[in-house]
Design a protein around this ligand. Structure first.
Ligand code: TNX
Length: 773
């Protein structure tokens, strides 16, 4: 079993699965349930209301033309989705359509629509889904499923005509299966979830420094060696554990996944990253790397960050890459193949006599031009085999073939430059489309990067670039969000990071600007979350989750509640039970007697759309602040990291700047005697950050394992306390340090809490700090 993303804080496990939020839903509908105003995501591009409604119930059948496998597959998907959404599964019947009295949904072909376009007509007599292409019929089926869910019982769908087609042909998600490996079953489920949002490209990041995940028959060591590593959560200072971490997809699994995706009109674009992010391949076949006689042979990396090992430029290496691409092209019918190209730091190439000799022989002057040569060679091979090259925007160099597709991650600028130059391009800008960033500041978020990219941030991105002329604008194929998985160790955490943010991506890619509107998207999101729940899809509730600010008084505390979207109704209880749909609505800051346990959650109408937040208002709750409540001293590389659990652990990931593990606790009254208790955790320092490592302050420790230092009024003052870390280092998990008294001073002061350490590893993090009497 995977650990779910539901990191429950406070007193008790509140709603532990998403499904609980909507537990009351099916009971809501007794007889005929009027469908709410159209709540389809992505929003259809034209909807014309009609008169009356069509009632769908368990007697409704689905008719398809005989001998039309495309229509059969769309109708079957609709029926299957209905069943999985815990609704009646209609019977799909092919062939003659005459003389049937039962109310029906009909799928049929209609000439003249675009490849992904569909019409959906609802009249009191029935529903007709029509399209020219199989993809159109499929998307009609998806819209129909959304019109009929998540309500239970019979549903009256208002008469209407939907004429719909996507704004962009590329509506993508990238899954990084190299940093952490996901099961083939998970990959299928992600594809299925994409299809439910009319997303159509899975960019599959299959190779990187930390793992090679695709079986290649000709080079078995790529997976025998390259798919396995020391777990990256493991500290480099200790003996590696006996079990290595990893996995790979066999060719037969890949064929199954590709077919599964094709059935859902999702294309899989595989990525084989080169010339950088190549350490796993070089570990398997050292001759592919830049020769370095004095260096120990490379292992598959167990660190994150930008690594320095590149493929060399020998003919044998190109022959290897072409062999690999042969098998890749055999497995993946996609007309374009991704070759990465990102973050190839060139030091090795610059310093190697062999590489320099090759560069001279080729008449190439600088290292960037060498990468352009690399891209050109591989591009030529792909073109000769009828495929197009696609790469990250680092491939955008003079001489890049006009046929190559540029995936822009350096903001939107790379996409703009590519389109203006006549290359097709895809927008995938950091940070908004980087789903390794967390979604809110709440401690319920899953590990990842500390930068916040909320659902609204994603939704408000505008892919349309008004400064591009029409010809250039046509080169923008679409958009894509990326699930980089350094910090996503489990399938459910990948889902948490993906949904519902990817629903916003789906709408940006499908709906024209006039059909996009944030408050309306939020309204349509609520039934979408209901569908997720019915399907047992673990999504993030960050947009509706309750955030609380608690300020203590003499015998009362003031509690201010809010949620990120400022939407829905927050309801609370003070009797220790979970709030329900008729609990007291929160209107203004509450004055609550100390000792009370408060619980709150967001409701939209009668549906709970967040987890339950709970807190007992007592002295220790006020005195203790965790790494989320504290301020970080700096903003270098902020991460949310999971410690090895110890008895003092809150169970939530820790907020830390790995460039400077240091936190501020504001406003401590030092007039009174004060004692400070801290819970700390050693974390592996497993980051490749190149020259930046020299900027990290280490070597200032007084004892062998270092100390937790407490400073008053700024971090550069002399420490007022220094707590040795030896026992916590021996534990290796979250450990409570012995309390220490602070010297008295008049007035309120800020505490700066930082780690003095002898070396980079371990990186220390603060779980919580308590300032008591
Ligand atoms: C940059 S974006 C990368 C990835 C990392 C990611 C982490 C890009 C093409 N490369 O290798 O996983 O940042 O956010």
């Amino acid at each position: 079993m995977q650990h779910g993303p539901w990191i429950v804080r406070g007193l008790r496990a509140a709603g532990t699965t998403a499904a609980l939020f909507f537990a009351g839903l099916s009971a809501l509908a007794r007889d005929i349930h009027p469908a709410p105003p159209a709540s389809v995501i992505p929003n259809p591009n034209a909807v014309v209301p009609g008169r009356g409604s069509f009632t769908f119930d368990s007697a409704t059948i689905v008719r398809i033309p005989a001998h039309d496998p495309g229509a059969r597959s769309a109708a079957d998907y609709f029926a299957d989705l209905m069943g999985r959404s815990k609704r009646p599964t209609p019977i799909v019947s092919g062939g003659a359509i005459t003389g049937q009295a039962r109310p029906a949904i009909t799928f049929h072909r209609r000439a003249g629509l675009g490849p992904e376009a569909y019409w959906l007509e609802v009249t009191p007599q029935g529903i007709i889904v029509s399209a020219t292409g199989g993809a159109g019929l499929f998307y009609g089926a998806v819209t129909l499923w959304q019109l009929l869910t998540p309500a239970g019982g019979s549903v009256a769908v208002p008469a209407q005509i939907i004429r719909d087609a996507p704004a962009y042909p590329w509506r993508g998600l990238m899954l990084d299966s190299a940093r952490h490996f996901q099961s083939a079953a998970f990959v299928r489920s992600l594809i299925d979830e994409m299809a439910m949002h009319k997303m159509n490209v899975l960019h599959w990041h299959l190779t990187d420094d930390q793992g090679w995940r695709l079986e290649i028959r000709k080079y078995p060591r790529l997976t025998a060696i390259g798919a396995w590593r020391t777990p990256a959560t493991f500290s480099p200072r200790e003996q590696p554990p006996a079990d290595s971490y990893g996995g790979f997809y066999t060719q037969s699994e890949v064929r199954g996944i590709v077919a599964y995706a094709a059935n859902r009109h999702v294309r899989i674009v595989p990525e084989i990253d080169m010339p950088g992010h190549a350490q796993a391949a070089i570990a398997a076949y050292p001759e592919l790397g830049v020769p370095a006689p004095d260096r120990a042979p490379l292992a598959v990396s167990a660190k994150w960050g930008v690594h320095s090992h590149l493929f060399n430029l020998e003919p044998a290496t190109f022959a290897f890459l072409e062999d690999v691409l042969d098998e890749v092209m055999e497995l993946f019918p996609s007309n374009c193949i991704h070759i990465g190209g990102d973050e190839a730091v060139k030091n090795e190439w610059q310093e190697s006599a062999t590489v320099q000799a090759r560069a001279r022989a080729l008449g190439i002057k600088d290292a960037d031009a060498l990468q352009a040569h690399f891209t050109r060679e591989i591009g030529r091979y792909l073109t000769a085999h009828g495929r197009r090259l696609i790469g990250w925007d680092e491939i955008l160099r003079p001489g890049l073939s006009k046929d190559a597709i540029v995936m822009s991650w350096h903001g939107a600028a790379g996409a703009h430059a590519a389109a203006a130059r006549g290359n097709d391009t895809i927008l995938s800008p950091w940070p908004k489309f980087y789903f390794d960033n967390r979604q809110s500041s709440l401690a319920t978020e899953a590990p990842g990067r500390l930068h916040i990219v909320s659902l609204e941030d994603v939704y408000r991105f505008e892919p349309r670039d008004p400064t591009l002329d029409q010809t250039a604008a046509r080169h923008v194929l679409g958009i894509q969000a990326n699930l980089w998985t350094e910090h996503m160790q489990t399938d459910d955490r990948v889902r948490w990071m993906a949904w519902p943010r990817a629903a916003a991506i789906a709408e940006l890619g499908w709906s024209v600007p006039a059909r996009r509107n944030w408050p309306d998207f939020l309204r349509r999101l609520v039934p979408m979350l209901g569908r997720y729940s019915a399907l047992d899809l673990a999504f993030a509730d960050s947009v509706f989750a309750v955030a609380a600010q608690v300020s203590p008084g003499i015998d009362h505390a003031t509690v201010t509640l809010s949620n990120q979207a400022s939407s829905g109704e927050i309801r609370y209880s003070l009797d220790g039970r979970d709030p329900v749909s008729n609990s007291t609505p929160y209107a203004e800051p509450l004055n609550v007697p100390l000792g009370t346990e408060i619980r709150a959650a967001t409701f939209v109408q009668s549906v709970r759309v967040s987890q339950v937040w709970a807190r007992r208002l007592d002295d220790s709750a006020f005195a203790r602040r965790d790494s989320h409540d504290l301020e970080l001293c700096s903003n270098g590389i902020g991460l949310l990291l999971e410690p090895a659990k110890g008895s003092a652990s809150r169970g939530a990931p820790l907020a830390v700047d790995i460039m400077n593990p240091c936190w501020i606790y504001r406003g401590v009254d030092l007039d009174r005697p004060r004692s400070v208790t801290a819970a700390v955790a050693p974390l592996p320092f497993n980051y490749e950050i190149g020259a930046d490592a020299a900027k990290i302050r280490v070597g200032d420790a007084r004892t062998a394992e270092g100390e937790l230092e407490i400073h008053v009024d700024g971090c550069d003052t002399a420490a007022v306390a220094a707590l040795p870390l030896a026992s916590a280092a021996a534990h290796g998990e979250v450990t409570r340090l012995p309390p220490v008294s602070l010297p008295r001073r008049p007035g309120r002061h800020d505490l700066c809490v930082r780690f003095a350490r002898p070396r980079l590893d371990p990186l220390w993090a603060l779980d919580w700090l308590e300032v008591g009497e």
